[in-house]
Design a protein around this ligand. Structure first.
Ligand SMILES: [Fe+2]
Length: 510
């Protein structure tokens, strides 16, 4: 350690001397004062002990042979409550020295034979002060690392980037024993702001640097600017007369920015600041990554939304094509969609489930696009083959919708809207709960709408007759609860009654 630094350090330590010989006490005190140390002396060991109990001391130079108590007894007293105090024991001549086992057991760090020459004592004092200084650094490190461990998770959780930078500085100041600092980092790589390609910097300051970036540049002199550039390109710490620049390196040989902290007291703590800066850089990179992912996600979501609209348009065109094939079934899909949704609400469906039902209702017969017009529009009874072809439409519809990921959840509903709860439906012949409830709902709504409207092969049924048919099929073709829900709506729901009345009027006028 440099001599000047030692003198600087010497003022930071409190040294006590206890020796019952006034002459020796005076000469040690003179030695310490000459070397710039602060010290206090006691000839009475009991008075010294009392002072040690009251105030903090770093270093004790203690005589071994004393009255009324020995140095050994003094150390025993001290060690009961204080294990930190550095003790240097002054012994008599060799044959009067305490055994080494005593020195060890009392945790005495050093001992020295009394002599007229004080060189050896001076060396031991300097070495003791160095030890205390190193212990302090270790302690500061331990506290600093504890503080980093505590602050890093907090920094990681913060958003947006401005808050992260501010928190990094707030946590840094006590470590550097400072109140002024700033952080300068490159803007998020990979994001072009407002179409600008130029690399921009993000700035955050605290204390006297708590200013906008425009005013900040006025606070910089060219030496500091040049040093910042050097710290970045060489990825190394740069000490300046008024502070220190620490590169924010998240991996070897790259720096995403720098931290500057005004401080004259970072000599020992610089390693700690470097550790902290690495953590800070990692948290900034992490935040940038999140930001980048969010931006890309937003772009993806927007593309997906556009895609969805286009698919909906395409499917809608297909659906209209199906409806247009047959003037009798025109509007059928929309009506099935409406009845199904109302039944779903009645059965306690969530809004999301009702939406599935609405979409499934709209597209339930989309598979008919693949059925020949002469079969669909045939007025006479269908042949077995023709009927088999018609029975393919739930499968074809499910396949058309399967091609589009956003319709995946309505595929099973469309496939099974002609299944019967007794297992006599098509295309899979499944029964009861094997058929998804929404498919059972569509089945009832579909049959209901088909019966109360004219078809090209028959006239419509009256509402009473339709209800009779539903009731007779309940528990066989139709799900009993679904039928009950529809009947309840027909009986009590004014809006539905209004719609049915309009349909009846229209059919009767045809
Ligand atoms: Fe159908």
């Amino acid at each position: 350690m440099r001599r000047s630094r030692l003198i600087e350090l010497s003022q930071e330590y409190k040294i006590m001397i206890i020796d019952d010989e006034q002459g020796i006490l005076d000469s040690i005190q003179a030695l310490l004062n000459r070397n710039g140390y602060w010290c206090i002396g006691f000839t009475d060991p009991l008075a010294g002990l009392e002072e040690l109990r009251r105030n903090h001391y770093d270093f004790l130079i203690l005589d071994y042979y004393m009255q009324p108590i020995h140095g050994e007894a003094v150390v025993e007293q001290i060690r009961k409550t204080n294990s930190e105090l550095y003790i240097l024991l002054l012994t008599g001549y060799k044959d009067l020295a305490p055994p080494i086992s005593t020195i060890k057991s009392l945790d005495i760090q050093a001992y020295c034979e009394k002599s007229d020459r004080l060189d050896q004592l001076q060396l031991l004092i300097e070495s003791g002060i160095k030890s205390i200084s190193q212990m302090r650094t270790i302690q500061q490190f331990r506290d600093g690392l504890q503080s980093i461990l505590g602050s890093v998770p907090k920094i990681y959780q913060l958003q947006p980037i401005g808050s992260i930078l501010e928190e990094i500085l707030i946590q840094l100041l006590p470590m550097a024993n400072s109140s002024d600092a700033f952080i300068l980092v490159d803007d998020i790589p990979g994001i072009e702001r407002l179409g600008q390609n130029t690399k921009k910097s993000i700035f955050k300051g605290i204390g006297k640097y708590n200013v906008q970036i425009e005013e900040f540049t006025e606070l910089l002199d060219h030496e500091l600017m040049e040093a910042i550039g050097r710290a970045r390109t060489e990825v190394r710490v740069i000490n300046l007369p008024g502070g220190v620049i620490i590169p924010l390196g998240d991996e070897p040989n790259t720096a995403i920015g720098v931290i500057y902290v005004s401080s004259i007291d970072v000599d020992e703590g610089i390693k700690l600041l470097q550790i902290y800066a690495r953590q800070a850089a990692a948290s900034i990179s992490n935040a940038f990554l999140h930001c980048l992912v969010n931006t890309k996600n937003e772009e993806l979501n927007s593309t997906y939304a556009q895609l969805k609209v286009r698919y909906m348009d395409t499917i809608e065109v297909l659906r209209l094509a199906v409806d247009a094939k047959d003037e009798y079934t025109r509007g059928h899909s929309d009506r099935v969609s409406y009845y199904s949704t109302r039944i779903g609400e009645k059965l306690g469906h969530s809004p999301e489930e009702c939406e599935r039902l609405r979409i499934a209702g709209v597209f339930h017969d989309i598979g008919k696009i693949g059925t020949a017009d002469d079969i669909l529009l045939k007025k006479q009874t269908l042949s077995k083959d023709e009927y088999e072809q018609i029975k393919q439409h739930p499968i074809k519809g499910a396949m058309i919708l399967s091609a589009v990921s956003m319709f995946q959840d309505v595929v099973p509903i469309v496939r099974h809207h002609h299944e019967h709860v007794d297992g006599n439906g098509y295309p899979d012949g499944i029964k009861g709960d094997q058929i998804e409830l929404n498919a059972r709902i569509i089945a009832v709504a579909d049959a209901f709408d088909a019966m109360i409207n004219d078809r090209h092969y028959r006239k419509h049924l009256s509402l009473e007759k339709t209800i009779e048919q539903l009731v007779s099929g309940s528990g066989k073709q139709f799900d009993a609860d679904v039928v009950a829900a529809l009947l309840d709506l027909l009986k009590n729901d004014a809006e539905l009654q209004e719609r049915i009345k309009d349909i009846e009027d229209k059919q009767n006028n045809n």
